[in-house]
Design a protein around this ligand. Structure first.
Ligand code: ADP
Length: 355
């Protein structure tokens, strides 16, 4: 069993609290994506799991065994870095076998077999005698992965492993990495700042901000039930729209529109006097005529075509810059300057504490 537990893990660099009391249980075989903006503590967390960084407070356990005091080599963990960190003077085969020769007493034949197997899995069997300098970025990336796979570790740690690849290759490797992880069933912690990568790859996503864990959940959970405004704004593209509203009796009132409180939103509002209303771009419908008292009149500011849908940026008056965005499906065309009506249903509303 390789359940990985982070128990109130904190890391301080002098005055900077890089990681602040993070607790998460990563299940055996799970693919957990650690995501958040630059500087939120992702790499530091990963480096503490790897043993490359000491822990200021808390504990990290693999199964029931604490990793504290164990050197990186004594941990049954393999890390894949963004930079690949391949040895330029060694062949691909040597790069892949090096760690095994160092850390195990496997026979040369056994090591050869494991390298061949990993190379076949990654489709790099033709490249084994080449040097890293003779490989493309994508191929080097595969070698870096191969080097982790041959060790058959209990845990893979991956620090933005796809960020040096172009968009097409990145998308391809995303799927491939998932397939490999599923085949091997190795507990994996994957760090990225890219929410799309997180949403498409993770069994669960852990969202960090300012060193603190904001939410852990499946992609659907964090998307549909974001724990707070930070998560709501971070997950989803284009980002969720936010409006500051004042609670007035049975409705909430903003600068440009008011909205009645349903039973559900009333519960979320509680006894707050001000709240932030969140609405996802795809939950806003753009129509030509108002038919309901909740509909509000807007003006198209900018239209961003996205292929089979458009991101339509809307303003409440022609003078102001856009204040929110709606994603409109199909080939329906709207033009900048055109008056349109926006509407959204009560069950699509998210309520957050006012900022
Ligand atoms: P991320 O990987 O999310 O970009 P990091 O874990 O690299 O974030 O960094 C988290 C915070 O800790 C940042 O404020 C960063 O400047 C700080 N930090 C990271 N490593 C060190 C270090 N060795 N010394 C001092 N501060 C550091």
């Amino acid at each position: 069993m390789a359940e990985l537990t982070l128990d109130s893990v904190t890391k301080r660099f002098d005055d900077v609290v890089a990681v602040d009391g993070v607790s998460v249980d990563i299940e055996d075989g799970e693919f957990l994506v650690l995501v958040g903006p630059s500087g939120c503590g992702k790499s530091t967390t990963l480096r503490m799991i790897a043993g490359l960084e000491s822990i200021s407070e808390g504990d990290i356990r693999l199964g029931t065994t604490s990793l504290s005091g164990k050197r990186p080599k004594e941990r049954d963990i393999a890390m894949v870095f963004q930079s690949y960190a391949l040895y330029p003077h060694m062949s691909v085969r040597q790069n892949m076998s090096f760690g095994l020769e160092e850390s195990t007493d496997l026979s040369k034949d056994a090591i050869r077999g494991q390298v061949d197997e990993a190379a076949a899995m990654l489709d790099i069997d033709e490249l084994l005698e080449r040097k890293p300098g003779e490989l493309s970025g994508g191929q080097q990336q595969r070698v870096a992965l191969g080097r982790a796979i041959v060790r058959e570790p209990e845990v893979f740690l991956m620090d933005e492993p796809l960020s040096n690849l172009d968009a097409k290759l990145r998308a391809q490797m995303r799927t491939e990495l998932q397939r490999i992880q599923e085949d091997l069933d190795t507990t994996t912690v994957y760090v990225t700042h890219d929410q799309t990568e997180a949403m498409t790859m993770g069994d669960r996503i852990a969202i960090l901000d300012g060193g603190q864990l904001q939410q852990v959940g499946t992609p659907l959970e964090v998307y549909h039930k974001p724990a707070n405004r930070f998560v709501a704004g971070f997950i989803g593209e284009p980002s969720m729209n936010f409006f500051e509203m004042e609670v007035q009796g049975d409705r909430i009132v903003g600068d440009d529109f008011a909205y009645p409180l349903s039973d559900e939103t009333r519960e979320a509002v509680g006894d707050a006097s001000h709240v932030t209303l969140g609405i996802r771009p795809e939950d806003i419908e753009v129509v030509s005529e108002a038919t309901d008292s909740h509909d509000f009149e807007t003006v198209v500011d900018v239209v961003e075509p996205m292929g089979n849908e458009n991101n339509v940026y809307l303003s409440f008056s022609p003078e102001e810059e856009h204040s929110f965005v709606a994603t409109v499906g199909g080939m329906r065309s709207v033009e900048p300057g055109q008056p349109v009506v926006a509407r959204f249903s009560e069950d699509a509303i998210h309520i957050f504490d006012s900022e």
